[in-house]
Design a protein around this ligand. Sequence first.
Ligand code: ACM
Length: 261
Amino acid sequence: MKVAVVQTDPQFGEKRKNIDQALHVMRSVSADVYVLPELFASGYNFLSIEETRSLAEPFRHGETYNNIKQFAVDRRCYVVYGFAEIDDDALYNSAGMIGFDGKEEVYRKIHLFDREKLFFQPGNLGFNVYDTPYGKIGIMICFDWYFPESARTLAAKGAQLIAHPSNLVLPNCPNSMPTRCLENRVFAATANRIGTEDRGGIRLSYIGQSQITSVKGEILHRASSDRLEVFVDEIDLTRADNKNVNERNNLFKDRRPEYYV
Ligand code: ACM
């Protein structure tokens, strides 16, 4: 299957512009699954709950959903994208997965980072793996990578590819994903953003370096730290199914949970 990682440069609050930018880059390549950054349409650096609410959408309604769905149907593909979700009165930092075939799933970020805790509820839907026409895809969002249990849980549930929408501000993720992928024998597609958001005295710079990482921990592709980019890698997801390291070691069967906290 072909996976596209889309690295965008959102402007805070400019939803229409940010969606158009993403669609423009996405249209320039052909892929089965496109992965977009966390909160790609709204921007990230919120200042209040009211502001977050004003940019949030229910999962199956609104500008972001409608545009992504149309793209998925037109291009007969799947798209995983980060968005600010409102469900009743609760706000979540979420990622939707929309397929051309009607598949629609949502993941709500479990490990909120820093000031996200001021605006969003922690995710309450768990880590889930979804069957797609290409293979089994699990989703985590940005800072979830920092907790090895996130990727571990997705791999244990059968994920072959982890779609990883991100807005990375710390430098560590790109060089850490090879370990996450190696220890779980899973592919990962980390889609990050670029640019700086300087709002209300809070300045955040995003590191770019979106990446596709293989089951062997190889960096198949890494984007620049400062350019709008999309890249596509062809990957064989079945390589994620064999968890044997050698004749005597298996990544999952050799676990010793009785000694773990
Ligand atoms: C992050 O989780 N967006 C750093």
